[in-house]
Design a protein around this ligand. Structure first.
Ligand code: HEC
Ligand code: HEC
Length: 229
């Protein structure tokens, strides 16, 4: 009699244990299961951020990666995925300094970085209409971009950033064509002041004068636009 009782009790305890365990598993397991797919994970981060401090990317970069057109936030759409992931790691480590992006990048783990980089890399947003650029400035910008300026030892930007500044997916050199002019010129200042570090960008950032930086930034912003300017 006693023996049957204790067997039943153990049996009931085991059943109860299984029920509790599966409830816990269901609770903690559900969100992971529903975002097991990388692109779903990316969409969730872009729309909602992470609980570890990453703010929803869409707030500043949009869902399409075109950002808001002010030039305060870079376009991310169609950028090389390695480049995007590398920059997020640079923000997280402090190699690249920016008050907004550093805490956000620190709130992403490795898988999340790869997922959001893939997400924005795969998009092709519509370009915003840009301001018009005086012809003389445009010509100078084109010259710096395509030929460089030997008198200050600056080689053509396009020798690394590709024809029309379209970037290089294989080496991960970012595109400049269609990027916001304001963002491009601010980044050149960042390289100059050491908030961003890149051996390849050191000479162009230090040797170009202000006027040429504006000229080349304006040139690239318009470079991706179809014929007809
Ligand atoms: C509050 C606004 C804001 C939010 C939210 C934000 N960013 Fe940014 N992001 C910026 C700014 C500003 C820069 C330019 C930083 C600089 O000047 O170095 C930037 C730059 C970047 C860059 C570098 C691009 C390049 O061309 O070098 C990447 C990559 C990036 N953000 C990804 C993300 C991702 C992914 C998220 C979401 C997890 C995100 N950002 C959320 C404001 C934001
Ligand atoms: C020797 C190769 C090389 C040359 C020449 C070069 N760049 Fe770069 N540039 C790079 C690399 C590599 C990066 C990525 C650096 C990093 O990882 O932060 C970069 C990054 C940039 C960025 C940041 C883009 C972004 O999305 O944040 C800008 C802006 C830029 N370059 C502008 C220029 C301009 C303008 C010129 C010509 C005056 C130029 N570069 C010439 C290699 C080059």
């Amino acid at each position: 009699m006693m023996k049957i009782h204790s067997t039943v009790r153990i049996f009931l305890l085991v059943v109860a244990g299984i029920i509790v365990a599966s409830c816990v598993a269901a609770q903690s397991g559900t969100p992971n299961k529903s975002i097991s797919n990388k692109s779903q994970l990316a969409v969730q981060i872009v729309a909602q951020g992470t609980t570890r401090g990453a703010v929803a990317c869409a707030r500043c970069h949009g869902f399409d990666g075109a950002s808001d057109g002010s030039g305060a936030f870079p376009r991310l759409d169609g950028q090389s995925p390695q480049y995007l992931a590398e920059q997020l790691r640079h923000f997280a480590s402090g190699h690249r300094q920016n008050a907004l992006m550093q805490p956000i990048a620190k709130g992403l783990n490795d898988d999340e970085i790869d997922a959001v980089a893939q997400y924005y890399a795969s998009l092709h947003a519509v370009s915003f209409p840009s301001h018009s650029v005086p012809e003389q400035l445009r010509d100078r910008g084109k010259q710096v971009a395509e030929v460089g300026d030997l008198s200050v030892r600056v080689q053509a930007c396009e020798s690394c950033h590709g024809p029309n500044g379209e970037g290089d997916l294989i080496s991960g050199v970012p595109y400049l064509g269609g990027q916001y002019s304001h963002y491009i010129s601010v980044q050149i200042q960042m390289f100059r002041q050491g908030y961003r570090k890149s051996q390849q960008m050191f000479v162009p950032a230090h040797n170009l004068n202000e006027q040429d930086i504006i000229a080349v930034a304006d040139y690239f912003e318009q470079a991706s636009r179809p014929a007809g300017k």
